[in-house]
Design a protein around this ligand. Structure first.
Ligand SMILES: Cc1ncc(COP(=O)(O)O)c(C=O)c1O
Length: 136
């Protein structure tokens, strides 16, 4: 975590071992979301993310990633936030588009999450197989 992500984390305090990304994500959603909460997700999306939100009674709302670069309009993201919004889902590198969110995009999302007090769920299971030059 320190070497690759530059995150200082202790195994006895800051980490939870789960049964795969699937189990970890489901557990996080169960713990943090309530019935009727809205969660923003970028489309195209990994189907399991939607099914998990629906399984815990949360409502996915969508921001479109625009091909061929899979960027998004920051205003689309700002405009979709309501009083019911509880979180934003990021999958980077993404399945199925292969999109890798840029530093700038992640900072824009972080700013909005801080401003509106939102959870950010990230699924980064493909973080290692990134080709040189893709991260922009
Ligand atoms: C984006 C994404 N997250 C999670 C998973 C599943 O991860 P795990 O096998 O660790 O539950 C997959 C598998 O295809 C995936 O594409």
């Amino acid at each position: 975590m320190k070497r690759y992500n530059n995150i200082q984390a202790r195994s006895d305090k800051n980490m939870i071992v789960c049964c795969g990304a699937t189990g970890a994500f489901y557990s996080a959603c169960l713990a943090l979301l309530n019935l009727g909460d809205e969660v923003i997700i970028f489309e195209p999306y990994y189907g399991y993310h939607i099914n998990t939100f629906l399984a815990v009674g949360a409502k996915p709302v969508f921001v479109r990633l625009i091909p061929p670069d899979w960027g998004f309009d920051l205003n689309d993201l700002k405009n979709i936030i309501t009083k019911k919004t509880k979180g934003i889902m990021i999958n980077t590198p993404a399945n199925p588009s292969g999109k890798v969110f840029s530093q700038r995009e992640l900072e824009d999302i972080a700013d909005l999450a801080l401003k509106h007090d939102l959870f950010v769920f990230t699924d980064e299971i493909y973080e290692y197989p990134i080709c040189d030059g893709v991260t922009g």
